[in-house]
Design a protein around this ligand. Structure first.
Ligand code: HAM
Length: 431
């Protein structure tokens, strides 16, 4: 029997995995600099959590959940997104609620049973940030600024930011009825999916991508004309703050997003080189969600970035990738020196020093090859230096593999390690 990776999933292999780790490191650095702290929630949750938050009538809940019963008959679901789990954790943990607002983030896999295509997977990764406990427009602006800063840090300075407001409990229902009325008059010119949406979630029709539906969508009432005074003022203040931050955001009155918990501000960032699945990230305000999940009034806002798409948009991986040439390869001259090679290699890496943040990359043969075969391997993997064991009376013999010449002997391990550090392979960030 031959096994294959499940449909809609993939293995992230080197050198892509190196670049992924680099992207996640960069994102963590930026998140940390904005004061966000990481929360790692379980990969599965009670199904009801997603039904209540993401919304019963959304595509995600209706047809994309990976739901199963555990041995005690509890209904569990692989998380399709990270916001609801984070809010659940927030409500369970007094420590997280100590600071207002709470700035929390997460990185990890999400699961949606979608039709696989380029940029759309059944297991995909997100980098998400949530700011819980502020209703101020400055929170919205900081959030979008954070999103754009992460994009910049990974090499995407020119993403397009789309911005909209979906109103609140006061004005959204009025708008929803207006939209239902409007589309109700044009049902015969809409696709079947839209006719279905009309019954359950008419706002989602605005997001339809079918070309034949576009003329009807273009004439639909705009949410921006339906906002109440408070929502209008909030939206204007968010735009003003973004202008002050130098962030170009395009108002997109048909941006509705695929989750039901949003109120007021919603946004997406799109990258030009991603084709049909161009949204690298998206998010918005969810002023009612914490209450709906049983907590106190906690207006909040957040976003998630799709790491798969971010990796693609940022240009994928460099050939060869981040894993550069080893700094050294320890060659055992005789089979009896194999253990000494392990000991010397470990010492040279510096991994036993708890203060070492950038250990050297040092390899050694674990195949029992002859010394000359080990030299060939060292050369094939691009090792910058070869260190020979056992050491002799004068110390360790070292060969510079780039210049092809034997170096002066290094008298002991410490001297050798210092010397190798000084000659660290260019670009040889250890990972
Ligand atoms: P979302 O728009 O559903 O929002 O997902 C955010 C990002 O995840 C998308 O822009 C996309 O890059 C990526 N993504 C979504 N589905 C897939 C897929 N099947 N394959 C690859 N990438 C995908 C949320 O998930 C919200 N929780 C965002 C949020 C946080 N709102 C408030 N806080």
């Amino acid at each position: 029997m031959k096994f294959q990776v499940p449909r809609g999933t993939r293995d992230i292999l080197p050198p892509d995995s190196d670049r992924w780790a680099e992207i996640e490191d960069q994102a963590r650095r930026i998140l940390g600099s904005y004061g966000y702290r990481e929360v790692r929630t379980p990969i599965f949750e009670a199904t009801e959590l997603f039904v209540r938050s993401v919304g019963e009538s959304t595509d995600i809940v209706r047809k994309e959940l990976y739901t199963f019963e555990d041995r005690k008959g509890r209904s569990l679901t692989l998380r399709p997104e990270g916001t609801a789990p984070l809010v659940r954790a927030y409500l369970e943990s007094p420590a997280l609620r100590q600071e207002t607002p709470a700035r929390l983030c997460y990185l990890g896999p999400m699961f949606r049973y979608e039709r696989p295509q380029a940029g759309r997977y059944r297991q995909f990764w997100q980098i998400g940030a949530e700011l819980l406990g502020s209703k101020e427009p400055s929170a919205d602006a900081e959030m979008i600024d954070l999103l754009v800063s992460i994009m910049r840090a990974v090499g995407l300075p020119n993403v397009k930011v789309l911005l909209n407001s979906l109103g609140d409990a006061a004005c959204r229902p009025v708008y929803r009825e207006r939209v239902r009325d409007y589309f109700g008059r044009h049902l015969d010119r809409l696709c079947e999916d839209d006719r279905e949406r009309w019954k359950t979630n008419p706002l989602r029709i605005l997001d339809c991508k079918i070309p034949a539906c576009q003329p009807i969508l273009a004439e639909a009432p705009s949410v921006l004309d339906a906002l109440c005074d408070d929502c209008r003022a909030h939206f204007a203040a968010v735009q003003e703050a973004l202008r002050a931050l130098g962030i170009d955001a395009e108002v997109a009155p048909r941006l509705v997003r695929g989750l039901d918990y949003y109120t007021r501000t919603v946004f997406e960032v799109h990258a030009a080189n991603l084709g049909a699945q161009s949204a690298v990230g998206g998010g918005g305000r969810y002023d009612q969600l914490v209450q709906e999940l049983g907590g106190p009034e906690t207006p909040s806002i957040g976003f998630s970035i799709g790491t798969d798409r971010l990796h693609t948009a940022a240009g994928g991986s460099r050939p060869g990738g981040a894993l550069a040439a080893p700094d050294a390869f320890v060659v055992a001259r005789q089979p009896e020196a194999a253990s000494e090679a392990l000991i010397v290699a470990r010492a040279l890496r510096g991994v036993q020093d708890p203060g070492e943040v950038r250990p050297l990359r040092v390899l050694t043969d674990v195949q029992g090859r002859s010394a000359s075969s080990q030299m060939k391997v060292a050369s094939r993997v691009g090792a910058k230096h070869v260190v020979f064991v056992p050491r002799d009376a004068g110390g360790f013999a070292v060969r510079d593999m780039v210049a092809g010449k034997d170096e002066m002997k290094q008298p002991d391990l410490d001297a050798l390690r210092i010397w190798l550090r000084a000659h660290r392979a260019a670009g040889g960030e250890s990972r």
